[in-house]
Design a protein around this ligand. Structure first.
Ligand code: FAD
Length: 428
């Protein structure tokens, strides 16, 4: 008997329940379909395409080591899967359970094929929809969700990858080149994708930094958070494995991630809908928006965050909060424009997490507690006390010592004029 394993955002061989189930058949066809509908849309940002291709090259190598290969196709997933089923005689299809609007549509088209289709958990720790409030429909607020999430029993972890036997005569097909999929440059210091790189990162972070997470995760200069978000985005590491190994403060962040996925599944318009009162006016100042995107607002802590995003395709969570708050609260610019800019650059850019967080910062969304404004000066004093984070990302201020780097406008006139750095565009 032959089965198919459709990889989507679960690019790993370890602790991948759908792959393990597919491999119980005598023969299995592991496949990834480059979906034109996604490649033509905002998903195809250069950093994410690069990260995806790294992940697929790594997955192919692992599947080869396990006795199989990765079959690569391009087109509409349902059409390509139907064709492969015909070619190989496969009778069943396995894939990860995912509930975004796009994934739900894809699944319903796959279910129309003459195949037994089974989904398995693996994208989140607790699948969206598994937890519901007593007597209610969906969780809208995090704290009760976290309590239920924390108390929920867990599936066992499958640490050993399965062996993979391909049916005879399947043509694996080449991986496309980056230039076939995306245009534009990737970030200079983008991390390498893939399960091997992700597992190395996970092991290093668990060994060196995890125990201190609660104390240091907000310290911008220390940079000691896990940086696992793009690996989680593409499933190169298993969230379930992290949940079993990491301290509670970190598990709470994983619960935030699950929460956003749960909310996005329950309220699919989350990414676009603005819940502000009718008549609310956004500031349409293009110059201010461009200054924000380019990290030239003249507020060093904001600019450092935006430059980190540009240089690495990643930004520290505290800087995401500060830059997002500055855009929406101080400049009064529509959060959806900020979301789009983040999504163009973030290797971990994910519609549920990005929109959920932007809404939270902008004080819209379904949270009952509109959050407070984060004053960038106070944030800088608290979370980049010595100014090292700013100096790391703003070379034009690297000679300004100590916390004075946060207020270059207070430097003596001559010194200030010698810096290639703009005055603040607003006084937050
Ligand atoms: P760690 O502190 O090591 O956290 C571990 C993991 O928990 C992260 O990898 C991530 O998967 C998850 N996590 C942590 N915080 C959050 C959170 N607030 N919401 C959801 N998951 C979380 N995260 C994304 O993965 N994709 C996004 O597109 C994204 N957009 C964001 C936009 C804004 C405006 C803000 C404020 C936050 C956004 N985040 C997003 C959440 C968070 O900033 C990143 O997950 C985190 O900075 C990644 O770094 P890390 O892996 O070192 O985090």
């Amino acid at each position: 008997r032959t089965s198919m394993m459709l990889f989507t955002r679960d690019l790993r061989v370890r602790d991948n329940p759908a792959l393990a189930a597919a491999c119980r058949a005598e023969r299995v066809v592991p496949v990834f379909v480059f979906d034109d509908a996604l490649l033509d849309g905002p998903f195809a940002a250069p950093n994410r395409v690069r990260f995806l291709l790294d992940g697929l090259a790594d997955l192919r190598e692992s599947l080869r080591e396990l006795g199989g290969d990765l079959v690569v196709r391009r087109g509409d997933p349902a059409t390509e899967i139907a064709r492969l089923a015909q070619e190989t005689g496969a009778e069943s299809l396995f894939l990860a359970d995912e509930r975004s609007r796009y994934a739900t549509r894809r699944l319903s088209r796959l279910r129309d094929l003459p195949l037994r289709v089974t989904t398995h958990p693996g994208v989140t720790v607790v699948p969206p929809g598994d937890l519901a409030p007593a007597g209610g429909d969906h969780y809208r607020v995090f704290t009760p969700y976290w309590r239920a999430w924390d108390g929920r029993s867990r599936r066992p972890i499958a640490r050993t990858p399965p062996s993979v036997r391909l049916p005879a005569g399947v043509r694996p097909g080449p991986l496309p080149r980056f230039a076939d999929l995306a245009s534009g440059a990737t970030s200079r210091d983008l991390a390498a994708g893939g399960e091997r790189a992700g597992r190395r990162r996970m092991a290093d972070w668990l060994r060196d930094d995890a125990a201190d997470y609660d104390r240091v995760h907000d310290d911008l200069a220390a940079d000691r958070t896990s940086r696992l978000s793009p690996y989680l985005k593409f499933g190169c590491v298993s969230p379930r494995e992290l949940d079993a190994a990491a301290p509670d403060g970190f598990r709470r962040q994983l619960a935030w991630r699950d929460f956003h996925h749960q909310v996005a599944a329950a309220f699919p318009s989350l990414a676009t809908r603005d819940y502000r009162p009718r008549g609310h006016r956004w500031n349409l100042d293009e110059d201010a928006y461009t200054a924000w995107c380019e990290g030239r607002t003249g507020i060093p802590i904001v600019d450092a965050g935006m430059r980190q995003l540009h240089a690495e395709g990643y930004m520290h969570n505290r800087a995401r909060l500060i830059t997002a708050s500055f855009l929406t609260r101080d400049l009064g610019i529509d959060w959806r424009r900020g979301l789009r800019h983040f999504n163009d650059r973030l290797a971990d850019g994910d519609i549920a997490d990005n929109a959920g967080n932007w809404q939270w910062v902008a004080g819209t969304g379904n949270s009952t507690r509109p959050s407070q404004v984060m004053n960038p000066h106070r944030q800088a004093a608290r979370f980049d006390r010595g100014g090292d984070y700013v100096r790391r990302y703003l070379p034009e201020l690297s000679d300004v010592d100590g916390p004075a780097v946060h207020r270059p406008w207070t430097l003596p006139e001559a010194r200030r004029r010698a810096l290639d750095y703009p005055p603040p565009i607003t006084d937050p």
